[in-house]
Ligand binder design. Sequence first.
Ligand SMILES: *[C@@H]1O[C@H](CO)[C@@H](O)[C@H](O)[C@H]1NC(C)=O
Ligand SMILES: *[C@@H]1O[C@H](CO)[C@@H](O)[C@H](O)[C@H]1NC(C)=O
Length: 210
Amino acid sequence: MVRRISIIAFVVGVLFMLTLFYMSTLENSGLAMKKIVPFIYLDIIDTDRAGSRIEELLRMLPQINTHGVDCTRIFARDDEEIKKAQNVTTVRTIPDRNFLTLARNCTSYRRRGYMTKPVSDEEERYPIAYILQIYKDLVQIERLLMAIYRPQNWYCINVDLSTGEDVHLGMIAIASCFDNIVINSVDVAWAKMSQVEADLVSIRVINLYS
Ligand SMILES: *[C@@H]1O[C@H](CO)[C@@H](O)[C@H](O)[C@H]1NC(C)=O
Ligand SMILES: *[C@@H]1O[C@H](CO)[C@@H](O)[C@H](O)[C@H]1NC(C)=O
């Protein structure tokens, strides 16, 4: 009896190890992962309905120059197109001090990729107030802002008092191009009470302006 149980335990153990080994080979093999990932997605979302909705949303998003890469095909998980995109992907960095000049002409600055219309009636009827606390790297902050910016929302950005002049001036220049972006400048220490204070000041500022 004891012997039979230990044999069963051994077989189960071996099967478990084999499963782990199989899973680890899947993780290492890009090909197998590609086969699995669409399967998971197909399971979770109703692709027929989501497909047309995604295309509709894509048409409304500001278009960014993607060097001849077809984003719709990427969303359709076309391996060739994904390879092409990976080939041309570069990380663009812009020095903080350049934003003062970039945002000097608001007409051209707003065309860098900010949404100028609400995405849907539903969103328009439900404006959101965002509070951001920033410290460095305007190009990254700009990318975030471009993704969440909608004309019906409010944005209060706390530029840390102790950050450099370039970030301060650049952020002021960007904010001055939009009626719904306001900035304040509380000295924030990470994970300290001042972080909450900065948010409270932002809430007050948004209350004043909106
Ligand atoms: C990747 O870029 C290189 C150099 O520009 C080019 O020769 C090659 O054909 C590209 N590969 C793909 C898949 O687009
Ligand atoms: C600002 O940019 C727009 C669009 O590029 C251009 O038409 C306009 O002349 C510029 N204004 C100034 C003052 O340079």
